[in-house]
Design a protein around this ligand. Structure first.
Ligand code: ADP
Length: 448
């Protein structure tokens, strides 16, 4: 790339310089001729003013016969040489006198401009003034400059090529760094590598920063994916191992019918755990992949919460209470079936991690542009150090905390968070160990 740009640059430079040189030659020829003509006419007219007659005789005392490289000759009307350099007269005597006409002639390979002017007099004989200017001399100087430039041109081009190569190399440095980093990342050497071009506001720096952000996101995704696969295999390993151990023991050893029955029950329990895990994972993957499409519509959130709470009443643990504070007719943009999953999950957790005889309370608050759903309980609470992690997949604070109650998978809250995000909403937790937990969900009334 650097070489390509350098060659192209040098070619362009050479073309431009050649074009300028040709243009200069053309223009300088034109300028020499036209300024020479003007100068010649000016001197001839100036000398014509000085032609005088004194007692009938021609008085040429005030005439400058050689001025600014222009020689002046005086002739009678019939072409008789009256004054001026004899040598010049000898050279140009064969050229007829033509009043007020500039002619270019070439004598002995030297180019001249001639201009004749007739000085008329009423009392005396008219005379011709001829001005002669050699243009070859001036052209030679210009040509010399042209040739010197032409000879030094390769040097100029070489200097410009080296300069262009160095400039390209410097400006390509950030790009080279980007390529090297991208190559190293793609070869799987180190995903945490970043381009880090440093401060700068130009497009290349912006591109570098954008790539860095992209690399960070890709790394996060990759690590999450890795963590996910390892978590799934880890979660499946225990029930599979239990099932296999039970089968091995009761297939190959003589066990009683009662023991076989117990083994089958253990296998059934582990099978159910696996089934729950697989369906929870499937739900998450569907949400992630967009297979399960979110269908936002303006729904009556008050009605939805009331219906869910009524259904949950049938599933309440003994002595527990489900309290509600749901004002009527609050609408918001939501996906009905996905929101049912969110609220049911939070209520379910409230009881699962609540104390016996405790309560779960569902409240709804109408705000200006948003609605706030809160699900609180007076249960065991969550330690501060765990609050930031409970939405991570497979994260469980402490499985022993639920005592004999059902064992969780650590996937419920990640699904809840994912669904809230799909609603362009926010979810946050307030909790105090031993006192209880409140999950708040903020949803926009209208989602564009
Ligand atoms: P699980 O299947 O373990 O319930 P979740 O994703 O629903 O998985 O919850 C993750 C962890 O967050 C749980 O293991 C639990 O320790 C904690 N948690 C969730 N809800 C509550 C709550 N209402 N009170 C106390 N802890 C909770």
């Amino acid at each position: 790339m650097k070489l390509k740009i350098t060659i192209l640059n040098s070619l362009l430079m050479s073309l431009i310089v050649c074009f300028i040189l040709c243009f200069m030659v053309y223009v300088s020829d034109f300028v020499i001729v036209s300024s020479g003509e003007n100068q010649l006419k000016f001197i001839v007219h100036e000398n014509a003013e000085e032609v005088d007659w004194d007692d009938g005789a021609l008085d040429l005392d005030d005439i400058e016969f050689y001025e600014n490289s222009i020689s002046t000759l005086i002739y009678s009307v019939d072409g008789y040489h009256l004054a001026g350099s004899k040598e010049d007269h000898g050279l140009f005597s064969s050229i007829p006198l033509q009043n007020m006409k500039v002619s270019s002639v070439s004598v002995d390979k030297v180019d001249y401009l001639l201009y004749d002017f007739l000085v008329e007099s009423r009392k005396h004989d008219d005379v011709f003034i001829r001005g002669i200017l050699s243009v070859t001399e001036i052209s030679q100087t210009v040509n010399m400059i042209f040739f010197i430039t032409l000879i030094t041109l390769p040097l100029f081009i070489l200097i410009s090529a080296v300069g262009s190569y160095l400039i390209t190399k410097i400006s390509m440095k950030p790009l080279t760094k980007m390529i090297e980093t991208a190559e190293m990342i793609s070869q799987g050497e180190d995903l945490s590598l970043r381009i880090q071009l440093g401060s700068g506001r130009d497009e290349v720096h912006k591109l570098g920063d954008t790539f860095d952000v992209m690399f960070t996101k890709l790394e996060e995704l990759f690590l999450a994916e890795k963590q996910f696969s390892s978590d799934v295999s880890h979660e499946l390993r225990t029930p599979t191992a239990v099932i296999l151990a039970e089968c091995e023991c009761h297939l190959h050893e003589n066990t009683t019918a009662e023991e076989k029955q117990e083994a089958l029950e253990v296998i059934e329990k582990q099978g159910k755990i696996m089934q729950q895990l697989i369906s929870a994972l499937l739900n998450l993957v569907r949400l992630d992949n967009g297979v399960e499409k979110i269908d936002l519509a303006n729904e009556d959130l008050s009605e939805l919460l009331t219906v869910i709470c009524e259904e949950q009443l049938h599933l309440l643990p003994e002595k527990s209470r489900l309290l509600t504070e749901i004002p009527e007719n609050i609408h918001c943009a939501l996906d009905y079936s996905l929101m049912i999953r969110v609220i049911s999950n939070l209520i379910h957790n409230g009881f699962k991690y609540g104390k016996s005889g405790g309560f779960v309370k569902v409240t709804l608050e109408n705000q200006k542009e948003k609605v706030l759903i809160s699900v609180s309980d007076d249960g065991i609470g969550i330690g501060e150090e765990h609050i930031g992690k409970i939405f991570h997949r497979f994260y469980q604070v402490d499985t022993a905390r639920t005592e004999e109650k059902e064992v969780g998978m650590g996937l419920g809250l990640s699904m809840v968070e994912r669904i809230v995000k799909l609603h362009h909403g926010e979810i946050f937790v307030e909790s105090e160990l031993g006192k209880g937990t409140t999950f708040h969900i903020l949803l926009k009334k209208e989602v564009i």
